[in-house]
Design a protein. Structure first.
Length: 83
């Protein structure tokens, strides 16, 4: 994440062109724009600006709904191939 750099493993439950649902052990700021680098596989890394739309805690994990606010067209193609 831009600014306060942090690395965390997590679980992507759902991803599409509009955003993703992400489970993390760390807590990230809500109602805020963030820049992040998402590594889904060795061959699929993308950078995006997201809006943290919502947050819930589930089984000790922070569950976030993130909307893409800036994403490259080439990354949209990567998402399509990944899904």
């Amino acid at each position: 994440m831009d600014g306060d750099a942090a690395f965390s493993e997590g679980l992507v439950r759902n991803i599409n062109f509009k955003g993703l649902q992400l489970f993390l052990k760390i807590k990230i700021p809500e109602d805020k724009f963030l820049k992040l680098t998402l590594v889904l596989t060795q061959d699929f890394t993308m950078e995006a600006e997201v809006w943290v739309a919502w947050h819930k805690v589930f089984d000790g994990y922070n569950n976030y709904g993130l909307y893409f606010t800036k994403i490259k067209d080439q990354d949209k193609n990567k998402i399509y191939e990944f899904v």
